[in-house]
Design a protein around this ligand. Sequence first.
Ligand SMILES: *[C@@H]1O[C@H](CO)[C@@H](O)[C@H](O)[C@H]1NC(C)=O
Ligand SMILES: *[C@@H]1O[C@H](CO)[C@@H](O)[C@H](O)[C@H]1NC(C)=O
Ligand SMILES: *[C@@H]1O[C@H](CO)[C@@H](O)[C@H](O)[C@H]1NC(C)=O
Ligand SMILES: *[C@@H]1O[C@H](CO)[C@@H](O)[C@H](O)[C@H]1NC(C)=O
Length: 400
Amino acid sequence: MHQPAAISLLILLTITLSTTTTNAHNITRILQKNPEFSTFNHYLTLTHLAGEINRRQTITVCAVDNAAMSALIAKGLSLDTIKNVLSLHVFADYYGAKKLHQITKGSTSTATMYQATGEAPGTTGFVHITDVKGGKVQFTPEDNPSQTDVVFVKSVHEMPYNISVIQISQVLNSPEASAPTSAPDLNITSLLQRDGCKAFYDLLSTSGAIGTFTSTVEGGVTVFCPSDDAVKAFAPKYKNLTAEGKTALLLYHGVPTYNSMGMLRSSNGLMNTLATEGANKYDFTVQNDGEDVKLKTKLVTAEIKGTVVDDEPVAIYRVDKVLMPRELFKGAVVEADEPAPAPKGAKKKKAAKKGSAAEAPGPGSSDGDSDDDAADQTASSGGKVVASVVMVLFMVVALL
Ligand SMILES: *[C@@H]1O[C@H](CO)[C@@H](O)[C@H](O)[C@H]1NC(C)=O
Ligand SMILES: *[C@@H]1O[C@H](CO)[C@@H](O)[C@H](O)[C@H]1NC(C)=O
Ligand SMILES: *[C@@H]1O[C@H](CO)[C@@H](O)[C@H](O)[C@H]1NC(C)=O
Ligand SMILES: *[C@@H]1O[C@H](CO)[C@@H](O)[C@H](O)[C@H]1NC(C)=O
């Protein structure tokens, strides 16, 4: 390659690089600049709220300083309860300092992430914002109108109208959010026998594969259970498998880590399964598209259709198809199982193929990648572009 050509390619690549990495916000990074919020920041990560925040496009995070967090932690609440309390501090709307001081009629109420979780009974996941005399802005939980000590302190980070991080003086004290959550049910046998998973459970039970699921529960497990209809439709193919093949197929529907819907929605990439063992990869690709989460193998694309259980460390989701690992169905014809894709979907599919082609040559490309991509789609597709750009850069440098 001629040197000038190589140099202009380099310039072009540098431009591509800088435009693909600046999109999504990262609450962890934003708060890291302020050591006074380090405890709050730490708990956003521990409770997985950070990932939830990063994938939202219009959001306000009300941070409290380390002293206020110490008071909260001193109450000895479980991590699950702390998650509820902190999710009350994340508003599903944008409130910068200016907007807070110009609230129409002096008072408004906003839905929080606690409301969005469905854990909040009634409207207990709402927070009232009031402009009080003297330019103060006060925050009051819906279920604790007598709390008057939570006021706006300062703006920490504003990016209109995507993310606003503000400091408030105290933790919002909501009796509902701080109520003890019941201990999670770890009996996977009974959890899997719930509506919609019965046929899949029967297969687990008769094959003995249920034992692997049971022994994985405590460390966290995510089960993608094909609906009863999907299991029924798959029966001829299932019967055709050897006993070993049957077990591998069933284990392929479990992942040895807990994944909330929010975590799945904010990750794209390869996921190892309970069937993964050394060189037997048995992985599939998680691909999110807005609120939809799809699981793709080389042969089939299934979609999550509902949550059966989501109670850390156990998550069980209903999917509309049996996942077919390529390891078991070599040579099988790709099913024409997708509705005629709209032009937009077709484009996306192509882009995804390109992405995996770019990853393929790297023998070291690790399956852990998807965990790091906790941001949103833009961030992780950006990551892929960066990976391939870096590869091309190496080639250019080698040529020079
Ligand atoms: C806000 O989010 C939108 C949509 O993701 C994005 O296009 C825009 O660039 C973001 N704004 C800023 C200032 O980052
Ligand atoms: C789990 O649930 C099943 C079915 O409801 C029950 O038979 C079994 O005894 C339970 N196991 C434990 C350890 O409670
Ligand atoms: C079962 O396996 C045989 C032999 O491999 C194959 O010809 C047949 O199509 C399979 N049936 C189904 C339903 O997959
Ligand atoms: C956010 O920033 C933190 C700290 O810089 C980093 O460890 C983490 O990987 C970032 N997350 C994403 C999704 O980029």
